[in-house]
Design a protein around this ligand. Structure first.
Ligand SMILES: [Zn+2]
Length: 771
């Protein structure tokens, strides 16, 4: 006996029952939505499906039924049930075989945790461990472990999943008959397999016995009993829930497989709505050559992901397993709000006017001439109008003023792009109009800054997940961008006022379309939600003329109508430091007595004070623009007789080909096929108030055998002057009217080019030409 104790029992008793709790973490797992609806079940390391579920999530009928069936003195015995053992022994003796087990729930639990051959020694070990288990844990803890570890149908463990498999519901929703069915199956789930005819009949017989025992023990009344025994037991296994597949895959790929039941931030109601709504638009989009779409809805304040659909349909057809929410796609114009946010941080203000005029830029990659989506130029436009209408030429002017590197740094700060040596130069000015590839998930996070006072918050997949937070913009600039994007009058030029943008309360909207109509984007932010959608093709094939507005606008309408009725209780208020100032409607500068129209616009405490209007310095009929607008005005006059715009000082516009007698309407882009430009600097130094903006100081040209070899001369005087005189190597070459342009035929060697005005101000650069 002493040997027996030392050899077999002592090691067992010294085993700490604490580790039994670890079972919970060895169980499989499941992801649920924010309201505990099951979304996806994951197998444990042995391939068993189980989802650890707390005792309180099981119906009282179910608990009563299990106790009646398996251990009716559970709450009163110390771990073994002496009267039950004696009764079982008597029954077994009388029938000469084992008909009754009399193992308590604690003993059964030990058997599941430590399976052993069934003999007298193991029975004794189980009993001793059960006693120890009862000392350590409360009755409810033991019962909770038990109902989570019992083997049920097939590879399913625990009552929770068995309930989903047989009845398609969680165990807190089970009625009396269903509760008795599951309790009945616990004893021998293989024999009582409801999915076979014989098993189903056997299970029903045992269920009825459980119900009788419940009636006898006062756990139900006669009529409840009579209703319950009438119910048939389902013969077919149900599919376990499979919801929000892209979100679940992304969550497990990022955070690993869940242990036990893990609640996420997802909202299944919104998820199902988003999936059905986006799918309903697919036939319309497919007619225009777009086969895929993806969308995200996030909580605008907490950045919790509420719904995510990564493809038109999760599955093998047309790459449906792909998740476009995490794919890098060309962003088009969706980055522009951040460019203007940087401008506001630097002192510009929403009414600040930019010249939306065609201009060729020299870049390390060659000459670059951006144009607007509709190929039109809008002349003097405010930042508000330029952003609202998503004008490309104005955006390029803006980034040229702010610098590529500061904007690139901001996109890195916003975690939209990753920093890499030379990356800013690689994108060049095109960074302003969305050359880089971005992920929708990052875009949703970045747009959160406009809702949250410039604070960038990381996205949340789980409630209570730690969140990284950093200030990227001032609250004032964040609010001003939100105000511009929500201003439907600011998008009239290019988008008109389509009915699909109508909403009950303000929504900031930004669309984007990448080159060749490949990627169509829309991002929307209101006080409650951030919504992003992408339409395109996984293989990058272009759509047939779809744009962010035409592809995504109608989907936005369906979604915003639903969201506004779903939750709409907060609003975005202007932070302190925002003020309204009366400005000239054309120049955006402080209004004077001569300004024909004026209106209020918003300024922040970071904004420079607006200067007095320069377009209306005297009482006149026209708006007087600086010389940068000369070619824009010249183009307009081909189509209109009475132009309200004129050049400041009533100057006339000149023709850069005047000396050569060449055709004036030659397209600027063709000039870039002329001499090869080897090296280019940013605009050269300013001497005495006149700047030569083409060529650049230090430019090197190689003459081309197959093309005309001209260099474009272009000057920008500080104020309006009637003409600029060009000198090449000290000798007068030509006199130019605004826009002060001429073409000069290249000749080999080094050349000094000067631009002078009557007032003796001058600019000078040097270029080198190789044959
Ligand atoms: Zn004015």
């Amino acid at each position: 006996m002493l040997w027996f104790c030392r050899g077999s029992i002592l090691p067992l008793i010294s085993e700490d029952p604490q580790q039994y709790l670890a079972l919970q973490f060895d169980s499989g797992g499941a992801l649920t939505d924010r309201n505990s609806n099951l979304m996806r079940v994951y197998a444990d390391s042995r391939g068993d499906l189980s989802v650890y579920t707390e005792l309180a999530s099981h119906s009282p009928d179910l608990i009563a039924a299990i106790l009646v069936a398996e251990d009716r003195n559970f709450y009163s015995h110390p771990g073994f049930d002496l009267p039950a053992i004696m009764r079982a022994a008597w029954q077994n003796l009388r029938s000469q075989r084992v008909v009754s087990g009399a193992s308590t729930i604690s003993q059964q639990l030990i058997r599941v945790i430590r399976p052993r051959p069934r003999n007298l020694t193991s029975k004794l070990q189980e009993l001793l461990m059960a006693l120890r288990l009862e000392q350590r844990y409360s009755k409810n803890q033991i019962l909770e472990h038990y109902i989570n570890t019992v083997s049920m149908f097939g590879n399913v463990r625990g009552i929770y999943l068995a309930s989903h498999l047989l009845f398609g519901k969680s165990p807190d929703m089970l009625n009396l008959g269903e509760s008795a069915t599951l309790a009945a199956a616990v004893q021998a789930p293989g024999r009582f397999d409801p999915f076979t005819t014989r098993g189903n009949a056997l299970l029903r017989r045992r269920r009825d016995w459980v119900l009788q025992q419940m009636l006898k023990n006062g756990k139900c009344d006669k009529s409840q009993y009579q209703n319950a025994v009438k119910l048939a037991i389902p013969k077919y296994r149900r599919k376990l829930p499979f919801n929000a597949p892209h979100f679940c895959d992304l969550t497990t790929a990022t955070f690993g497989q869940p242990a036990g039941k893990k609640q996420t931030t997802l909202d299944l109601e919104l998820q199902n709505f988003l999936y059905a709504t986006t799918r309903a638009h697919l036939p319309r989009l497919m007619k225009s050559g777009a086969a895929q779409l993806a969308a995200i809805i996030a909580d605008a304040r907490t950045l919790e992901i509420l719904a995510m659909t990564g493809s038109a349909e999760f599955g093998p057809v047309s790459g449906g397993f792909n998740n476009a929410c995490i794919a890098r796609r060309s962003g088009g114009s969706v980055l522009k709000p951040f460019l203007y946010a940087l401008a506001l941080e630097s002192g510009y203000y929403p009414s600040f006017v930019l010249p939306d005029t065609m201009q060729t830029f020299k870049t390390p990659q060659g000459e670059y001439m951006p144009y607007n989506a509709d190929r039109r130029s809008y002349g003097p436009v405010s930042i508000r109008t330029a952003l609202g209408n998503s004008l490309n030429t104005a955006a390029i002017k803006m980034i040229n003023m702010l610098g590529i590197k500061p904007f690139f740094s901001m996109l890195v700060d916003l975690e939209l792009l990753q920093t890499k040596p030379g990356a800013a130069d690689f994108f060049g000015l095109g960074l302003a109009i969305g050359n880089p590839e971005i992920r929708m998930l990052d875009l949703v996070k970045a747009y959160g800054v406009f809702r949250n006072g410039g604070i960038l918050k990381s996205l949340k997949f789980f409630p209570g997940q730690a969140q990284q937070i950093k200030a990227v913009l001032s609250p004032q600039s964040a609010y001003l961008i939100y105000d511009i994007l929500a201003d439907h009058t600011a998008r009239l030029f290019t988008f008109g006022n389509p009915s699909f943008y109508k909403s009950r309360r303000p929504v900031a909207i930004k669309t984007g379309t990448s080159t060749g109509y490949r990627d169509c984007w829309l991002v929307a932010v209101n006080a409650e939600f951030i919504f992003a959608i992408w339409v395109g093709n996984f293989n990058g094939a272009p759509t047939r003329g779809l744009s962010g507005a035409t592809a995504c606008g109608p989907i936005f309408k369906d979604v915003i109508d639903f969201l506004e009725s779903y939750r709409n209780d907060s609003q975005i208020k202007a932070p302190s430091g925002i003020r309204r100032i009366l400005v000239c409607s054309t120049s955006g500068q402080a209004t004077t007595d001569y300004c024909p129209n004026s209106g209020y616009d918003l300024f922040s405490n970071l904004s420079h004070e607006p200067e007095n209007c320069a377009f209306h310095r005297s009482s006149g009929e026209t708006h007087e623009l600086p010389s940068d607008y000369a070619s824009w005005i010249k183009n307009r006059r081909k189509h209109i007789d009475h132009d309200p715009f004129s050049l400041s000082g009533n100057l006339s516009t000149g023709d850069p080909w005047q000396l050569r007698g060449l055709v004036p309407d030659i397209k600027v882009t063709e000039i870039s096929s002329g001499p090869l430009l080897l090296k280019s600097e940013m605009p050269g130094p300013v001497y005495g108030g006149i700047k030569i903006i083409s060529p650049h100081d230090g430019d090197r040209y190689v003459m081309s055998a197959s093309h005309d070899n001209f260099a474009l001369l272009r000057a920008l005087p500080e104020g309006p002057v009637p003409e600029v005189i060009w000198l090449v190597n000290g000798r007068e070459y030509i006199r130019t009217a605004p826009p002060y342009e001429a073409y000069w035929p290249l000749s080999p060697g080094s050349h000094r080019i000067s631009a002078i005005t009557d007032s003796q101000s001058a600019g000078e650069i040097e270029i080198f030409v190789e044959r």
